[in-house]
Design a protein around this ligand. Structure first.
Ligand code: ADP
Length: 267
């Protein structure tokens, strides 16, 4: 009996081994595929702005003397814009790497939500120059225990997306209010919105909704960073669509620390 059982066990182990080998090979192939997709996406995102910079700089260096002032100014602003895009992309990659390696630990202290939104708005000013801004943040929102750098980055990434995906002259609204033990910050735009099936997936790293001609290339990292940072601060972030007209809504909820509950009230 023992021998029979031992034989059966040996066969079972062999089968398990086989399944494990097949699964390991499948995972290795999947990891390989992901690595290749990641590398090609990253090199594309680095090469596109670089090509723009090199092209504009080349034209400037060859024809600077003969070009009208307006053309020169346009070439310079192309160089600046593309360099800024490169800078944002590299910044996003670094943020992501730090987040995934666990090196990003929130460095929390008390801040008024309005101050942080204000700095994000100043940073995004150039990007949103062609949009209408509608900011509705009551001055008496309670203070939050957050990492100001991380929260500013979250709001900046959302503003950056609104600037990219919502058409010029449309309104980008930022609202804030208190909801029980939380402060809610909400960004609402008048862009195309997000397909319902993608509302959760847009927060995955490198996930981008199907590209259309008029949508500028992005990295698919912005929202993944937003979710990582907000969750690191004990909050949540979700995406939805407007019901009254096309447009996306991003909602951040951050807990109000109990002992500071009343610090934000006007005295
Ligand atoms: P990126 O913008 O670099 O592609 P994100 O992670 O910031 O990466 O966004 C992921 C995807 O979510 C985008 O590719 C876009 O399709 C969609 N998205 C994000 N913000 C908006 C928005 N405000 N309106 C419409 N679609 C959006």
């Amino acid at each position: 009996l023992f021998d029979a059982l031992a034989d059966q066990a040996a066969v079972a182990i062999e089968r398990i081994q086989l399944v494990a080998d097949v699964e390991a090979a499948r995972l290795a192939a999947e990891a390989d595929r992901l690595r290749t997709a990641l590398l090609s996406s990253i090199s594309h995102d680095l090469k596109t702005p670089l090509a723009g910079i090199l092209g504009a700089a080349g034209t400037l260096s060859d024809y600077a003397a003969s070009l009208p002032d307006a053309d020169r100014a346009e070439l310079v602003s192309t160089i600046i814009e593309e360099a800024e895009r490169l800078n944002r992309f590299i910044g996003n990659l670094l943020d992501m790497t730090r987040l995934e390696s666990g090196a990003t630990q929130p460095n929390s202290s008390l801040h008024f939500p309005g101050d942080i939104v204000g700095s994000a708005l100043r940073r995004a000013g150039r990007l949103l120059a062609r949009h209408r801004l509608d900011v509705a943040l009551p001055a008496d929102l309670p203070m939050l225990r957050v990492d100001a750098v991380l929260l500013e980055q979250v709001v900046f990434n959302l503003l950056d997306n609104a600037a990219k995906y919502a058409p010029p002259a449309s309104t980008v609204a930022i609202e804030g209010w208190r909801d029980g033990g939380h402060v809610v910050l909400r960004l609402v735009d008048e862009g195309p919105g997000i397909p319902p099936d993608d509302l959760e997936r847009v927060f995955d790293s490198f996930y981008r909704v199907r590209k259309t001609d008029h949508v500028p290339a992005g990295t698919g990292l912005g929202l993944a960073i937003c979710r990582g940072f907000v969750e690191a601060m004990g909050g949540t972030i979700t995406a939805a669509n407007r019901t009254d007209r096309p447009g996306a809504i991003f909602t951040i909820r951050l807990p109000i620390p109990p002992q500071t509950d009343t610090l934000g009230e006007p005295t």
